[in-house]
Design a protein around this ligand. Sequence first.
Ligand code: URA
Length: 194
Amino acid sequence: MSSSWPHLSAACHGCERCELATTRHNVVVGRGNPQASVLLIGEAPGQQEDEQGEPFVGRAGQLLEKLLGEAGLDSRRDLYIANVIKCRPPQNRKPTRTEIERCLPWLHQQLELLDPPLVVLAGATALQAVLGIKGGISKLRGQWIEQQGRAYLPVFHPSYLLRFGSRAPGAPQELTLADMQDVRRRLDRKDWPQ
Ligand code: URA
């Protein structure tokens, strides 16, 4: 168990628990404020993230930043951002069950170090890996799930949002903006679960 962020980062960078270690260029541990009250969890690094060593820095990340900004959230101040999987799956395929199982202990250590009251689960992979809930995001997005002292909010994955440009009421981007505004509200009120 890593007792500090530098230990955790060093351990992740040396990780060879799965095959992705042989194809990655960088281990993508996380970015943002390691003292934030909100942890946002995505799926896995894509090409840009693999090249730059930071999560959500490609097209999906730019859209995420835009929506966070519109909701009054600053990713460097208000959030820590990580993924279920720390290394890029080749061709951006979905991570396998084995890869998720081998990688999850890193995310659990991040949860332990950060101890965030609020956790945003971006996409079905994060929802299933963290809470064990299968079946996709559409039914659950926007609904807080309180468990063991944390409040989890499933939201659409930013890559999914890229496929729908519309900002009309009820469109995925607009719903996600509302979800991020809800995070901002809980943060402002320090509305933590009991
Ligand atoms: N998609 C993710 O889930 N995570 C990233 O870091 C980038 C794209």
